[in-house]
Design a protein around this ligand. Structure first.
Ligand code: HEM
Length: 220
C-alpha cells in the first residue's frame, strides 16, 4: 500500500469506530425534532434537552472532523486547514466534555448504570477538558510535540464512546448483564483507548523520506 493510502487508513478506521454512537445520536436528534421513534423512548429527554443536543452535535463534529487531523498529508500540505479545524475542534471538544458533565450531574442516571460509571464520567470529562487546555496552550507556544500528545489523549478519551460499543457488546455477550459489569465494560473502552493513545504518542516517528530503491543504491 502507498504511503498516501496508508495515511488515510487511520482516519477511516476512526470514522468507522464512531459510526454507531454518531448514528444513534443523529437518530435521537431526529426523534427529538418530532421524527420517527427509531431510538428507544427515554423520558429523561422529554422536550428539547439542550445538554443532550449540544453533546450529540459537539461529539459528532469532534469525532468526525478530528479523525482527519491525523492525516499527515493534510497537516503538511494544508497547515491552514489543520489550524482552522483545530480551533473548531477545541470548542467542540470542550462542548462534548462540558455537556457530559452537565448530563452526568443534572440528569437522572441512565437506567442500569451505577456509581462507578457516574464517577468515571466525571473523571473522564474533566480529564478531557484538561487535555484540551494543555494541548491548545502547547500549540500556541509552538510546542507541537506536547500539542500532539495531549490532543491525541483528548481524542482517545472522547472516541471511547465507539470502543464501548464493542467492549459492552462483546462483554455482555460473554459475561452477561449487570450494573457493575456494564460499568466495567464501559471503563474498559476508556482503558483500551488511553493505552492505544499512549502507545501512539511514544511510537517512534515514521521515516518521511522514502528509502532509496535497491537499484539506486546499487548504481551509486
Ligand atoms: C465522540 C464521542 C462521543 C459520542 C459520539 C457520544 C455520543 C453520545 C450519544 C449519542 C448520547 C445519547 C444517548 C441517548 O440518546 O440516550 C450520549 C449520551 C451521553 N454521553 Fe456521550 N458521546 C461521546 C463522548 C462522551 C464522553 C467523553 C463522555 C463522558 C466523559 C460522555 C458522556 C455522556 C453522558 C453522561 C451521556 C448521557 C447518558 C445517559 O444518561 O443516558 N460522552 N453520548
Amino acid at each position: 500500500m502507498s504511503t498516501v493510502a496508508a495515511g488515510w487508513r487511520l482516519p477511516v478506521a476512526l470514522v468507522v469506530l464512531c459510526l454507531v454512537p454518531v448514528t444513534s445520536g443523529t437518530l435521537r436528534l431526529v426523534q427529538l425534532a418530532g421524527g420517527p421513534e427509531i431510538m428507544p423512548a427515554d423520558d429523561r429527554w422529554a422536550g428539547w434537552p439542550v445538554a443532550l443536543v449540544v453533546h450529540i452535535v459537539g461529539s459528532a463534529v469532534f469525532a468526525l472532523v478530528g479523525a482527519f487531523q491525523f492525516v499527515p498529508r493534510i497537516r503538511r500540505r494544508h497547515p491552514g486547514w489543520h489550524r482552522r479545524a483545530g480551533r473548531v475542534l477545541a470548542v467542540a471538544g470542550l462542548l462534548v466534555a462540558g455537556s457530559a458533565l452537565w448530563l452526568t450531574l443534572l440528569y437522572d442516571p441512565q437506567p442500569g448504570t451505577g456509581v462507578l460509571l457516574f464517577v468515571l464520567r466525571l473523571v473522564v470529562a474533566t480529564a478531557m477538558i484538561g487535555c484540551l487546555v494543555v494541548g491548545v496552550a502547547a500549540a500556541r507556544r509552538r510546542d507541537f510535540t506536547t500539542h500532539r500528545a495531549w490532543m491525541i489523549r483528548a481524542y482517545a478519551l472522547a472516541v471511547a464512546a465507539g470502543t464501548q460499543v464493542f467492549t459492552q457488546g462483546f462483554g455482555e455477550a460473554i459475561f452477561g448483564y449487570g450494573e457493575a459489569r456494564g460499568d466495567l465494560l464501559k471503563a474498559a473502552g476508556w482503558v483500551i483507548n488511553i493505552a492505544v493513545a499512549e502507545w501512539a504518542i511514544r511510537r517512534p516517528a515514521r521515516r518521511r523520506t522514502p528509502r532509496p530503491r535497491a537499484v539506486e543504491v546499487a548504481s551509486s
